[in-house]
Design a protein around this ligand. Structure first.
Ligand code: FAD
Length: 403
């Protein structure tokens, strides 16, 4: 029996344990994780770990001694397959059971797979775990042509690293611009041009028919019949939240698990946090969304921990995110969902600029490319929902903090 049992040894799970101990929780805590490793940072898997700039040790969330010192038991290489909310018990993949007082579900999601034929050929990869990254790295030497399916952040980051490795990279995006789901047109066109300038073949409106190869991938067939040669295919088309055991136990939710402002699910004593938690977000006008970011995983972990500790504070954290591609550091603040106007500050040609997203004149969000000052100073505009003078917003010489 554990006072708090955490399922998922990723960003959210690790931070939940950290927050409990930081706030003087003295009960027993265990984390069940299906990966073999102690919690590590996922963002570097398509960035500094993939490129070899950071070793695995450098992306661990905490060193091993940290968890031992704080009496956080790590049950790794085990998967929770069933939850019995009435009995306050979970079943693990080895058939054993564990009892809990409170359960925190922090399982993230699995990469969405293509549904076409060839989707499971060797050489076709998703990017979610260290194992995924290591498998791709092990194939690097024999790889010349890489096709990346999906022009979202993960696909583009992987493309940037691979082009640095000297691979011939093609990015296939089904929509008419990259980053279409997360950013405005100005940012999309900027990154499209950057990738092309680095020799990446970016194809928009691309319709994949299937993956071809015998025993191993050799190419991607498009709906017009052309085959793009590929020794490696990276599929970055989003995730499927890992919530089956909870939903099977009766938790409300469809795309993820529904949670309230304290990250409580509809089941007693069960919380859900991070990528798998469908919540109402104040920075999306209260819309119910899942946010796939380190910020959200960490802040929801703290929200759940505080509720367990009897010091409940509703979730109200400003969203932020980053992406590294080539020598470009993108930092985003707020959520651009529902914007009706964008203002570009600075000249993208200088490779340092920001895009401000507005709704009815109010600042919703900022995307800052190599513009850390705007990122830092823009936070107050997003949090306060301010409506600054637009000419001043558009003028990069006017500091955002003066608005
Ligand atoms: P995870 O960190 O995914 O942890 C969930 C863990 O639970 C996993 O280890 C999973 O295997 C395990 N698990 C699942 N089901 C079970 C089960 N039934 N039993 C036991 N264990 C289970 N975010 C940013 O903010 N900035 C970035 O630049 C950025 N880049 C990214 C790049 C990549 C390649 C990826 C994959 C993600 C990136 N993200 C980034 C997103 C960020 O990593 C996630 O939002 C974050 O990891 C979510 O934390 P989580 O705890 O919800 O899930």
């Amino acid at each position: 029996q554990y006072d708090v049992l955490i399922v998922g040894a990723g960003h959210g799970g690790a931070q939940a344990a950290v927050a409990l101990r930081q706030n003087k929780f003295e009960g027993t805590i265990a984390i069940v994780g299906d990966e073999p490793e102690l919690p590590y940072e996922r963002p570097p898997l398509s960035k500094e770990y993939f490129s070899g700039e950071k070793s695995f040790e450098r992306i661990m969330i905490r060193p091993a001694a940290f968890w031992a010192d704080r009496n956080v038991e790590m049950l790794l290489g085990k998967r929770v397959t069933a939850v019995d909310p009435a009995a306050h018990q979970v079943t693990l993949s080895d058939g054993s059971t564990l009892s809990y007082g409170k359960l925190i579900w922090a399982t993230g999601g699995a990469p969405r797979r293509l549904s076409c034929s060839g989707n499971d050929l060797p050489g076709v990869h998703g990017v979610r775990t260290r194992e995924d990254a290591d498998r791709m790295l092990a194939e690097m030497e024999r790889t010349t042509n890489v096709v990346v399916i999906g022009g979202g952040y993960i696909g583009l980051e992987a493309a940037a690293v691979l082009s640095k490795f000297g691979k011939k990279v093609t990015v296939l995006e089904a929509l008419d611009r990259v980053l279409a789901r997360v950013a405005g047109e100005a940012l999309s066109r900027f990154y499209e041009a950057e990738h092309r300038a680095h020799g990446v073949d970016v194809q928009l409106g691309a319709k994949v028919d299937c993956i071809v190869g015998e025993g191993r991938v050799t190419g991607v067939r498009m709906d017009d019949g052309t085959v793009i040669p590929a020794d490696m295919v990276i599929v970055g088309i989003g995730i499927v939240p890992a919530v089956e055991p909870l939903v099977a136990a009766g938790a409300a939710g469809a795309n993820g698990v529904d949670v309230d402002e304290y990250c409580r699910t509809s089941l007693p004593d069960i919380y859900a946090i991070g990528d798998c938690a469908m919540h109402s977000n104040a920075f999306a006008d209260g819309a119910r969304i899942r946010l796939e970011s380190v910020q959200n995983a960490n802040d929801q972990a703290t929200t759940a921990a505080k509720h367990i500790l009897g010091a409940a504070e509703p979730y109200h954290a400003v969203p932020w995110f980053w992406s590294n591609q080539y020598d470009l550091r993108l930092q985003t603040m707020g959520l651009s969902i529902g914007y009706d106007e964008t203002i570009v500050r600075g000249d993208p040609a200088n490779r340092s600029f920001s895009v401000v997203y507005l709704k009815n004149g109010k600042v919703l969000a900022l995307d800052c490319v190599n513009a850390v000052k705007d990122y830092v100073q823009g936070k107050a505009l997003v949090v306060g929902g301010h409506s600054p003078d637009k000419a001043a917003l558009a003028d990069p010489e006017t500091p955002l903090k003066s608005l």
